[in-house]
Design a protein around this ligand. Sequence first.
Ligand SMILES: NC(=O)c1ccc[n+]([C@@H]2O[C@H](COP(=O)([O-])OP(=O)(O)OC[C@H]3O[C@@H](n4cnc5c(N)ncnc54)[C@H](O)[C@@H]3O)[C@@H](O)[C@H]2O)c1
Length: 342
Amino acid sequence: MKETIRTAVLGLGRLGYWHAENLVSKVKGAQLVSVVDPLEGRAEQVARELGVGSWSQNPNDIFEDDSIDAVVIVTPTSTHADMISRAARHGKHIFVEKPLTHTLDEADDVIKVIGETNVSLQVGFMRRFDPAYAEAKKRIAAGDIGTPIYFKGVSRDGNVPPEEFIKHSGGIFLDIAIHDYDIARYLMGQEIASVTSTGNILMNSNKFMEKYNDVDQAMTYFTFDSGAAGDIETMRIAPYAYDIRGEVVGTEGSIQIGSMRYHDVKVLTSKGSTHDLISDFPTRFKDAYLLEMVHFIDSLRKGTKPICTEIDGKAALEIASAATKSFITGETVELNNKLLTR
Ligand SMILES: NC(=O)c1ccc[n+]([C@@H]2O[C@H](COP(=O)([O-])OP(=O)(O)OC[C@H]3O[C@@H](n4cnc5c(N)ncnc54)[C@H](O)[C@@H]3O)[C@@H](O)[C@H]2O)c1
C-alpha cells in the first residue's frame, strides 16, 4: 500500500476550492502539493489561504512534475478531455468532475487513453457517496423494497450560473440532470434503454439561454432494460432552496432519499411551524464531496478500482446526449447501451 498520494488540484472556481480544502487536511493519505488556475492571482491566493506550498497558472507544470501522483480536474467541462488525456499520458491518476467530457467522441478518446496508460480515473458523481443515497443503495441491495421498478429524481437549484458558465456547460441535461442519470443507473442496478425529454425557459431573465439551446426547467422520462421506468425533474430556478430528492419504488416498498432541511431544528410559534432550508450544493453535498475524495485517495493507495469510473462517466453522458437530442427533436431516443452496470 502506498502511504501518500501527492496530488494537485486544477481549476479553483466554485467547486475546485472545496476539493482543495478537503485534500489539504481532511483526506487520510493525501498530500496537496500544488494548485493551478490560469486566472491571474487565483492559484496563489488559494495556496496561501490553504497553506499549499506551490501554485501555478499552467497545468503543464503539474503534468511534467514526476513527483505528482494524481490530479483533481475541476476545470470547465469543455477542457476535461484535453486535461484527462494530458494527465494520463504523463502517468497521473485522475479525479475528474462530472461530466467526464463534453461529447461522446471525446469520451471514447479518453477511455482509449486511460486503457493505454493504465492510470485510474474516478468521475465526480458525488451522490454515490452522499450518506442518504449510499444508505438507499445498501437497502435496495439487501432487498428491502423488493425489485426496483421506478426511479424518481428531483434536482432543483435556484442559483442560475452566469451566462459564461451556461455557454460552456453543455446544457441542463449534461450539466445537472446527469447526476440523476448516474444515480438512477447506480440505485436501480440497470441500464437506461430509452429517453424522452422536454424543457422550457420559465423565467424571463433566462431568455439568453435560447442562444445556447438551453432551458431552465426540464423533464426526462426513461425506461430501463428490465422494463422498469423513471422520471427526472431538473430546474435552475427554484426560488426557495437547493432541493435534491430521489425515490426508488420497488415491488415491496419504496425508499425516499433526501430532505431539504439544513439544521435539524423546527421552530414552533403561534404562527405555525418552520424549519430552515439548504441553499446551495456545497452545503447539501459537503459530506459527499469529502467522502468521494477519501474514496479516490484510498483506492489509489490500495490499488483498487474506484466505484465510479470512466465507463460510468460515458454511460451517464450517453443518457444526457440522448436527452438533449430528444429535447431538440421531440422524439423518444433509444439507447443501445452495452456498458456494464455496477
Ligand atoms: N459535482 C458537482 O456537484 C459539481 C458542481 C459544480 C461544478 N461541477 C463541475 O466542476 C467543473 C468546474 O465547475 P465550476 O462550477 O467550479 O466552474 P468555475 O467556472 O467556477 O471554475 C472553473 C475554474 O477553472 C479555471 N480554469 C479554466 N481553464 C483552466 C485550465 N486550463 N487549467 C486550470 N484551471 C482552469 C477557471 O479559471 C476557473 O477558476 C465543471 O466540469 C462542472 O460541471 C460539479
